[in-house]
Design a protein around this ligand. Sequence first.
Ligand code: UDP
Length: 240
Amino acid sequence: MRNQISVLSVPIDTVTIDEAVDKVYHLSKEPGFHMVATANAEMVMMAQNDKELHEILTKADLVVPDGAGVLWAAEQKGEHFPERVAGYDLACRLCAASAKDSLPIYCLGAAPGVAEKAMAAMQKEFGSLPVVGIHDGYFKEADEEALIKEITESGAKLVLLALGVPKQEKWMYHKLQHLDGVVAMGVGGSFDVMAGMIPRAPKWMQEHRLEWLYRLFKQPSRLMRMMALPRFMWKVKTSK
Ligand code: UDP
């Protein structure tokens, strides 16, 4: 049985990071195509107006509570997620699992050269990583067919997509459905962080649910996007 909490009509799984890693591992052994999403306030707000994104999130095999906002929203209803499962942490743990159990990975997204650096960093940390393909996220529509063929033939069991929300979710949903025994996960800016291009918030800020503030400080251009957070809080408060 799948335990989920609905946050503004987006069902989010009540899992710990250990359970999420375990679930992804088992999904990769099951037939069919499986999708993993990482829900934060911004994504939930986007899904309020974007029906397609909402549908993808309801169809996803695993939606982890990625942001402090979704933990807070559950608490407003007297419900609790066991912990925050940050997309970045889950992506790192999946790289570790891939190294340990030889789970082939394909990386799609970020600027040219970034995913290569990210995987080199993961390799340094977790040992030999079976990376079966890498492609940057700035491809043209005309190149998509060849790219999909490359991913299909790569033998990847895990496809990490760093194209930003909702592009990565829509891309996996529309272009990778035919894959069998494969898990795809949207990882947002994780390759940039793994590659050391963008620093991760200090532990104390993560623990105090302030990672969003750190990201705003480091990337002030995110201000407009971050306006989703107060809108999200308002909507949660008024929809009770
Ligand atoms: N990106 C990409 N292709 C695009 C748009 C974005 O590869 O057409 C990449 C971008 O370079 C970055 C990631 O997608 O690496 C999105 O990062 P963002 O910080 O927006 O994601 P978040 O972690 O906030 O979800």
